[in-house]
Write a new protein. Structure first.
Length: 217
């Protein structure tokens, strides 16, 4: 709900400052988009990928598109601490689990609603994004596990290794379904081709995109 509110607020603010500059497109209402994205999550880890979209201009200002592609991202090393009580505080057991960086590979399937504004010969736009991430691989990371008595710090057991599992279902780090927001600007190169500079915010993942928007004749 907060995501939708931010999107609607962006539409109102941008429309208040937009100017009526003609950037009318010629040709079909259908367009093809290709974008190379660089992903940066809250831990500043860099990922990347390519998205291809097929869209339809409902009006000159409003459009919808469906996109998919191949993306990568990462989760920083994490530490989990568990305290197990057995009835006596002097016998509490502390279990510590440390994981290495998790490499993620996934296929996003997005439906975007976009609203464009004509400003000084270019078209800024805002997007509301509905999507699903089909996770390919969230494994292949190191781990360390140890158990100690809380009172004496005596080591009970420890283990370490490499977790490596390939699966085809959503796992930690990404939700199955999500709602995100985006913003960007279309810069006309010709009557059919526009340069697309884009930004998307989905969960804790920021995506900065550079691509082309091609309108069919």
């Amino acid at each position: 709900m907060r995501t939708i509110f931010v999107f609607l607020s962006f539409l109102f603010i941008t429309n208040s400052f937009s100017q009526n500059v003609a950037t009318t497109d010629l040709g079909s209402k259908f367009y093809l988009g290709t974008n190379f994205y660089s992903n940066i999550n809250s831990s500043k880890n860099l990922g990347m990928g390519l998205k291809v979209s097929l869209g339809y201009n409902i009006t000159e200002d409003l459009s919808v598109d469906i996109s998919s592609g191949y993306m990568t991202s990462f989760i920083d090393p994490l530490t989990y601490i568990y305290i197990v009580q057995d009835g006596s505080s002097s016998n509490n057991i502390i279990e510590t689990i440390k994981t290495g960086r998790v490499d993620q590979k996934f296929i996003p399937i997005n439906l975007s609603v976009n609203y464009k504004f004509d400003v000084w010969g270019v078209q800024p736009y805002a997007s509301l994004i509905f999507g699903y991430d089909y996770q390919l691989n969230s494994g292949n990371f190191t781990y360390e596990r140890e158990k100690k008595f809380e009172s004496t710090n005596q080591l009970i057991e420890s283990s370490s290794g490499i977790y490596n599992e390939i699966f085809n279902s959503p796992k930690s780090g990404f939700s199955s379904f999500y709602i995100g927001i985006g913003a960007g600007v279309l810069i006309p190169v010709s009557n059919q081709i526009k340069l697309d500079l884009a930004f998307q915010r989905i969960g804790n993942l920021n995506s900065i995109g550079l691509g082309l928007n091609y309108r069919f004749k």
